[in-house]
Design a protein around this ligand. Structure first.
Ligand SMILES: Cc1cc2nc3c(=O)[nH]c(=O)nc-3n(C[C@H](O)[C@H](O)[C@H](O)COP(=O)(O)OP(=O)(O)OC[C@H]3O[C@@H](n4cnc5c(N)ncnc54)[C@H](O)[C@@H]3O)c2cc1C
Ligand SMILES: *[C@@H]1O[C@H](CO)[C@@H](O)[C@H](O)[C@H]1NC(C)=O
Ligand SMILES: *[C@@H]1O[C@H](CO)[C@@H](O)[C@H](O)[C@H]1NC(C)=O
Ligand SMILES: *[C@@H]1O[C@H](CO)[C@@H](O)[C@H](O)[C@H]1NC(C)=O
Length: 355
């Protein structure tokens, strides 16, 4: 029996990967939140992601290591976008604009250009006002909620899968419910065996707006994803959600802020930042048609992602898969592939294996 704790994109992708390799495996997913009830819940992070794959130059060894997880996702999503467009995965032109001098971008540091196709630096004369550096590439946008529902539906039809919606208080509790099972810890912010949390984990609050674009700009708005990084440290980006899921206008990043309700000032600054950068989102009266305000908490970890196998009390194997911060969608498939490799190691091997 394989028990996955956590039914966000990481837990569901892990189940999907196991099913691919072991069609007869018996899989249980236990999670407080699931797509069915999690769409509007701020603590169900995966539905709140934009989401796109926006590579960035690594600032440290952890970021560089984790960026490699995106490679498998890019390949898998390319395949799914053709075989299963109903996943909502769509490849399109993506653009980065940096409005301040940023050496890491200008020197195309490691982590930035290796994975995406058609990477091009935009000539200075073609850059919008105030932009110091620009680049474009081919990458994906996805409505993560739709993609998770696709995977779950497919799992329910193809696999012996048991889905239990409940909160758990420690992984020990789960190991007692399912003796001799392998547990995957996909809880976002790292619930530990003894019920405590990984102290390296923290959250980065994000607020975005779901926009219905004016009809006359509908195709344009749905044809590309653009990210501006402002000189005051703020971000202004648009991410189309394919299959007519609207346009995400983002986004804020606040470490350790716990307010789970929309913050009026953040909404105002998202709108203000968009006026000059994305005029195509506004109607001729200068208004935005806001369908929803999303609040979510990116599950960050100081030393990056943890994908690690641990054997406790000689009988319980735990595979940790958490700490994906702001990149859990783009790392999801690569993480699932890595985590399931650890499942296949026999327990007689060294009892700790690290990514
Ligand atoms: C505004 C915003 C924009 C983002 N944009 C992007 C983007 O464009 N691209 C990208 O790649 N990423 C993006 N992200 C980040 C991405 O959403 C996360 O990295 C990803 O969703 C993490 O997935 P997860 O499965 O680890 O966590 P979660 O989705 O949080 O899933 C964790 C699961 O564990 C369950 N759980 C936790 N504790 C317990 C417990 N004690 N008992 C039972 N169940 C429990 C929860 O109910 C939940 O189902 C964005 C995030 C935000 C907030
Ligand atoms: C768990 O596995 C051990 C060793 O294989 C075995 O002795 C024990 O009976 C098993 N426990 C259960 C509850 O299946
Ligand atoms: C499981 O993952 C969480 C983060 O999602 C972490 O805080 C926790 O320590 C992990 N559990 C164990 C048993 O290590
Ligand atoms: C948020 O919490 C983490 C972990 O405790 C800490 O490292 C970080 O500095 C905090 N960030 C801010 C802005 O306070």
């Amino acid at each position: 029996m394989i028990v996955i704790v956590g039914g966000g994109i990481i837990g569901i992708s892990t189940a999907y990967r196991i099913a691919e390799l072991q069609p007869n495996a018996e899989i249980t997913i236990i999670s407080k939140d699931l797509p069915e009830s999690g769409l509007l819940n701020p603590f169900y992070t995966s539905s709140k992601a934009g989401a796109h794959f926006r590579p960035f130059p690594s600032k440290n060894e952890y970021e560089l290591r984790d960026s490699k997880l995106t490679h498998e996702t890019y390949k898998q999503f390319k395949k799914l976008s053709k075989l299963h467009p109903e996943t909502s995965i769509k490849f399109m032109k993506c653009i980065d604009y940096i409005e301040y001098d940023n050496k890491l971008y200008e020197s195309l540091s490691e982590g930035y250009t290796e994975i995406v196709e058609d990477f091009q630096i935009i000539p200075k004369c073609e850059l919008p006002n105030n932009v110091k550096f620009g680049a474009s590439y081919n990458s994906f946008c996805v409505n993560p909620h739709v993609y998770m529902e696709f995977m779950l539906q497919s799992l329910k039809m193809r696999q012996r899968i048991n889905i239990i919606q409940r909160e758990i208080y420690s992984l020990r509790e789960v190991s007692m419910m399912y003796p001799n099972s392998t547990l995957f810890n996909c809880t976002g912010n790292g619930l530990l065996y003894d019920g405590s949390y990984d102290l390296k984990c923290y959250s980065i609050r994000g607020q975005t707006l779901l926009i219905r674009p004016p009809l006359e700009n509908y195709e344009l708005c749905n044809s590309r994803s653009i990210t501006y990084q402002l000189s005051n440290g703020e971000w202004s980006f648009v991410i189309p959600r394919p299959l007519d899921g609207g346009i995400i206008l983002g986004g804020t990043k606040n470490e350790n802020l716990t307010n789970d309700k929309p913050i009026e000032d953040e909404t105002k600054s998202l709108i203000n930042n968009a006026i000059s950068r994305f005029p195509e989102l506004f109607n001729d009266k200068g208004e935005l048609d806001i369908l929803r305000i999303n609040v979510g908490f990116r599950p960050a970890r100081k030393t990056g992602v943890r994908i690690e196998r641990e054997v406790i009390d000689r009988s319980t194997t735990i595979i940790h898969v958490y700490g994906f911060g702001g990149s859990g969608i783009e790392m999801s498939w690569g993480a699932a592939v890595k985590a399931v490799e650890l499942l296949e190691m026999s327990s007689s091997n060294s009892n700790k294996s690290k990514f």
